[in-house]
Write a protein that binds this ligand. Sequence first.
Ligand code: NOJ
Length: 537
Amino acid sequence: MPYDPESDPEWWRRAVIYQIYPRSFRDANGDGIGDLEGVISRLDYLNDGTENSLGIDAIWFSPTFPSPMKDFGYDVSDYCGVHPDFGDMAAMDRLIAECHKRGIRVLLDWVPNHSSDQHPWFIESRSSRTSAKRDWYFWRDFGEDGAAPNNWRSIFGGPAWQFDDATAQNYLHSFLIEQPDLNWRNPDVVAAMHDTLRFWMSRGVDGFRVDVLGMIVKHPDLLDNPPNPDWKHGDRDANRVLRTNCQNLPEVYDAVAEIRKVLDEYPGRMAVGEVFGRPDQLARYYGTASQPGLHLAFNFHFIGQDGEYAPWDADLMLKIVAGYEAALPAYAQPCYAFGNHDRIRFISRHHGDGMGHLRARAAALLLLGLRSTPFLYYGEEIGMEDVDVPEEQMQDPARFLWEGRDPERTPMQWDETTGRGFTTGHPWLPFGAAGLSVAAQSGDAASLLALYRRAIWTRKRTPALHSGSMGDYAAVDGVFSFVRESEGERIMVAVNTVPESRTLSVAGDVLVATGPRLGPVDEVELEPLGAAWVRLR
Ligand code: NOJ
């Protein structure tokens, strides 16, 4: 569908969205780091309007802004610019125009919880206790006995406070020391951040993925967090305390409603929040009928919670999906993802018995079959796995404190040449195994890429799949199934999570399946760890 923000404001309900980690998608200038021109050169792969392309509807770009790159762009030093590694503003304008030409929407990554310590706002804030921007960040004295101002932990580990010699006070950083937290209780901060949204929407950007949205509003007195009764020695340091006073506070939902009003100043724009918590906590990000919140809020429960990864299990799938549907208000659309730049890739998470590749095929049909706006992480469609990155090539500073995220951020594998079609230079992270690439799978009807293409295009032309209701959940003998329905058309999505065949006594037409058998059937044969979409008769 051609781009028209005015005529199709709810495009995001039917969209399949693709996450690009810009450093790793395609390098056009040979410096080993992906860039915006590189993305432009591969847009036809994502959607050229034909079923030979993947068929995605929108791209979320991980941060593209100027940044010292301590956290690879999640430390922003200018919210309204483009990092020279990726190109310049002209390249960004071209990228937006080239995406829109193909009907692809553009989402940027907005990082409101913290800036870089090199952002002019923080430089001014730290310069003196009386600086006009002092209160844009959190500055506190040590406690009486020299203790930190409170017991909060950085998500990456260690105390969330850093002493700054210049003014002999501590500042709050919920992530790296180089990522000071902005004070969202200061109206000037709110206004300045809202303006950064307007800046990009005026340039044609269609929306935003919002980084750690749930943490932007803290308890007004920065009260200690309660200790986590389940924390044991060896668990992640950040989880020593619960995040009761710094995450999902009631006031954060008011801040979200104000953000929504800014988005509503421009037609057809949307935001998806990176939020964490129980189903009821996620559901609140959608706001209420009288006070709308986000268009979409991520639910990462298929990936896992509190640092634990989720198993591939039918009972758990039922619990996640049915539980979330029950928690959401009627107008809210779920939003699931099975991977992103922070977590071990899908196959690597589910490969303990060597059968992660089979599960990846079923995962495609589950993710695209759910009532949801699905997000794919680049390379998921060709089955990219975590890559063993040798110690001396590791880049992610969080590896010292949390978990190294380099293995899931390696360059996209376009072909089988030395530079994998990613670069003519030396890649910033090593490539994965040879033989796994877009070129190797493109002409192969049995490939994972072919399955993704078939599923995405089938979903696009099938109202039951892109906008239908969802119900009839079951988890029986290791098979999770549900039915999508619209205007009398009923499509069953069935996922076999066990390594044995299963037969379902339903008659219908198999539209898409992990195995070769499509067309009319009197009963549905699911191969070990397989999945199918069946139009019921
Ligand atoms: C979540 C982002 O996805 C992650 O990559 C980043 O390190 C933190 N937020 C801090 O911005």
